[in-house]
Design a protein around this ligand. Structure first.
Ligand SMILES: Nc1ncnc2c1ncn2[C@@H]1O[C@H](COP(=O)(O)OP(=O)(O)O)[C@@H](O)[C@H]1O
Ligand SMILES: [Mg+2]
Length: 250
């Protein structure tokens, strides 16, 4: 579905991402792990287009998207969660999802009679709200939701846009232990649609074990391991680079 080829970016003299070649398959959740400063967020920024590559390529379904804008990549199916601009704080939960469904339908170029179109938009919005279990809060303003429910709404908006690739950078950051599972369940549920591909930056080993089909380990901007969670966690390089410390903590 998505792959990077020798992808690199420098900030000044510093190689934040340094020749990363990896692929992300549909129907899979890939966890991207590594120490602080390893380049995980920068890799996400390169894929979604916030940062332009100094070298290398990014391909989505075989098409070169390396030079495309953020908006053009989003139209082709790159969906990144938890971006500051994705929610309208002064609209209700349902309105936020409805606008995303409308944006999606416009992109699809469907020409429906107004009443039919409105009915379909609302039905689709309500379906997504049900899936993320925010129906009870649908008439609240987005700004009134808890941090955790705002994250769920963000996922709902992303689902309504129907991207092919879902990207989440530390989705449970700032959440309490009882809030995190609700958000992780939603991410886990995304894999039910086999056409989707999920990229997840995540630190917690139990979350990686539960959610990830594959783990890519970054260190100093390089990919140092890539495999199933079990394979990667056994690897000596990974233990040394990163997991040893996490295993000790856990
Ligand atoms: N916009 C930027 N300008 C300069 N340096 C940056 C920028 N973004 C990230 N970096 C640097 O690139 C490296 C990787 O950062 P980052 O991708 O945020 O790491 P991670 O998400 O793995 O913790 C770090 O050394 C960071 O300071
Ligand atoms: Mg980061």
């Amino acid at each position: 579905m998505l792959r990077t080829l020798d992808l690199a970016v420098r900030f000044g003299g510093h190689r934040a991402v340094d020749g990363v070649s990896c692929h992300f398959r549909q129907g899979e959740v890939t966890a991207i792990v590594g120490p602080n400063g390893a380049g995980k967020t920068t890799l996400f920024n390169l894929i979604s287009g916030q940062v332009r590559a100094s070298a290398g390529r990014i391909e989505l379904l075989g098409e070169d998207i390396t030079r495309l804008s953020v908006a053009a990549r989003a139209r082709r199916g790159i969906g990144r969660g938890f971006q500051q601009t994705s929610l309208f704080p002064n609209l209700t939960v349902r309105e936020n999802v409805r606008l995303a469904v409308q944006a999606r339908q416009r992109k699809g170029g469907r020409m429906l009679r107004r009443a039919d179109a409105d009915r379909k938009v609302l039905a689709a919005a309500d379906s997504v709200l049900g899936q993320v279990r925010l129906a009870p809060q649908q008439h609240r303003l987005a700004s009134e939701l808890s941090h955790c429910n705002q994250r769920k709404l963000d996922i709902a908006v992303l689902m309504a846009l129907e991207p092919r690739v879902f990207m989440f950078d530390e989705p449970t950051a700032g959440m309490s232990a009882d809030e995190a599972p609700g958000v992780l369940d939603l991410i886990d549920g995304l894999r039910r649609d086999r056409n989707r591909c999920v990229l997840l930056v995540e630190h917690k080993l139990d979350v990686i074990r539960a959610l990830a089909d594959r783990v890519v380990v970054l260190q100093d901007g390089r990919c140092v391991a890539d495999g199933t969670p079990a394979m990667v966690m056994e690897s000596a390089a990974v233990q040394a680079a990163y997991m040893g410390q996490e295993l000790a903590d856990g």
